[in-house]
Design a protein around this ligand. Structure first.
Ligand code: C5J
Length: 223
């Protein structure tokens, strides 16, 4: 198929080159998405995030079949917590915080069951996983180097949460010269009003941080 494709998006069509575009799946981790995980312990409704799982599965299947690049991120910390700022550890005054024992192991600690990607979207061998201690996937990681080495210039972004790690990453990517298309049905927030606002902010002012579209638009050009 033609490497150059155009999909309907907001604020206007997104033109991209399939060989220079990666699917970036942000923080689809058990602790954020599964009942009984850290997200739910904090009082969040995980169903708000779970609705993104089947959309991501459908897109991921087509993306992989087209032989295109997939990159994952996970938010988490070293077991000794040396990369966890005290400000992040104590924020919220929660009774359980990052590094403490939760229902799926130590919360947001690398190597623990709750830190890993949900089984429905589990990475295949050869698909890069970026472990990050911050909200932006570029902060203190080798994501930028990996994208340059793969000659990736555009990103299709999915994952959770829309207003936190997806937003921080898209804003950071934009400053570094990457063009981002965020898929509205493949990103999720615990807060419905934040979902709408975060997507509105990305596509406002002529696409100040990027583009927004439904995943069907991308799937259609892969078939
Ligand atoms: C949050 C994330 N919301 N992955 N993390 O704390 O968006």
């Amino acid at each position: 198929y033609n490497d150059n494709v155009t999909v309907a998006a907001e604020p206007y069509e997104f033109e991209f080159n399939l060989s220079q575009c990666a699917l970036l799946i942000i923080d689809m981790q058990r602790d954020f998405l599964e009942p009984g995980g850290f997200g739910e312990i904090l009082g969040n409704d995980v169903n708000q995030l779970r609705r993104t799982v089947s959309s991501n599965q459908k897109l991921l299947k087509q993306w992989r079949e087209a032989g295109l690049k997939v990159i994952y991120t996970r938010e988490g910390h070293r077991p000794d917590l040396s990369d966890l700022p005290l400000s992040k550890k104590i924020r919220g005054r929660h009774t359980v915080c990052v590094g403490d024992l939760g229902p799926m192991g130590r919360i947001l600690v690398r190597g623990e069951p709750g830190h890993d990607i949900i089984p429905e979207l589990y990475p295949l061998p050869g698909e890069a996983i970026i472990d990050k201690c911050g909200k932006s996937a570029f902060y203190a990681t080798d994501l930028d180097a990996i994208l340059r080495n793969y000659n990736i210039k555009q990103l299709i972004v999915t994952g959770v949460t829309t207003e936190v790690c997806v937003s921080s990453t898209v804003r950071d990517a934009n400053d570094r010269g990457y063009e981002c298309l965020v898929l509205e049905d493949c990103v999720g927030s615990y807060f419905p009003s934040f979902q709408v606002a975060a997507l509105d902010m990305i596509k406002a002012q002529g696409g100040i941080f990027g583009w927004v579209a439904h995943s069907d638009k991308v799937i259609n050009v892969l078939k």
